[in-house]
Design a protein around this ligand. Sequence first.
Ligand SMILES: Cc1ncc(C[n+]2csc(CCOP(=O)(O)OP(=O)(O)O)c2C)c(N)n1
Ligand code: SF4
Ligand SMILES: [Mg+2]
Length: 299
Amino acid sequence: MSDSTTAAPTEKLTKKQLKADHPTWCPACGDFAVLASFFNVVQKLGIPHEKICVVAGIGCSSRFPYFVNAHGIHFIHGRALPLATGISLSRPDLHVFVFGGDGDGFSIGGNHLNHAARKNVNLSYVVMDNFVYGLTKNQTSPTTPIGRKSKTDPRGAIDRPINPMAQLVASGATFIARSHAAQVKHMNEMFERAILHPGFSVVETLSECTMFYPGAFDDGNPRKGGAFELVDEETQEMDSIEAAMGLTADLSPGKFGVYYETQRPTKNELEREWLTDAQSKIGDATQKDLLRQRFASMR
Ligand SMILES: Cc1ncc(C[n+]2csc(CCOP(=O)(O)OP(=O)(O)O)c2C)c(N)n1
Ligand code: SF4
Ligand SMILES: [Mg+2]
């Protein structure tokens, strides 16, 4: 999402300036590490403070904007991406970040995810996947594994979970990565690359819900006896959909790193081109004039 990312900051941004309210997540919730990583990377990149905009839907993970001292909106469940799209298109000078959970992104908001991705809207999206609905206290989510008991599936989940990385690859996103909240260095690297990518970048970050699904990601954590296996970018064809799809077959714990990376014009660029062209053809028409004309022609 690097349209104006590297603009020189007027003064060095500190974590103290970026921190807002004290996070209200449960002790050891994986979301703390995601927040800390976001602070690290934004500070490292020197993004001007007034250019940061954090958008979220609803869920524990979606509380994110409260904890960041920047422009921020806590919006409707599953609707963060359409709102963020509007912000990104109308304010190309801002760095738009979207944070949310597996329910917010893959269930109620799944449709919006596909469209924001295929349009290659210039923003960065982090799905904090905990395989459960945390905020509403333990219901089955679209990523919950079969057999896992929850309030909505007391005898164990029966529906086949979605494959988040396969869905993201199919969606048309131009930067797609996967990380783990217990691997801070790796998460920092993925977030930094996502932010610097021009276009729709997305990172699925496994973030443990210690309250309702403890141990969910131990198989991807070497400190808990699991394996943290990285995508080999030397041998992987990074802009191949087929190669990326190949990686998605390995679900649990799966591979971590960048699955897919390509360059395609962003919706921001294409829309700007269209507007400039239309304005030049109609004298000095404002964007409002163009909109009025368009509506008039549709009557
Ligand atoms: C339109 C609407 N439907 C349902 C809800 C209830 N609701 C709030 S958060 C949530 C699920 C949150 O799960 P997830 O997105 O995975 O976030 P987490 O809490 O796990 O971080 C649901 C179903 C709501 N707030 N609004
Ligand atoms: S309920 Fe789960 S996801 Fe929500 S704050 Fe607590 S540990 Fe984190
Ligand atoms: Mg969740």
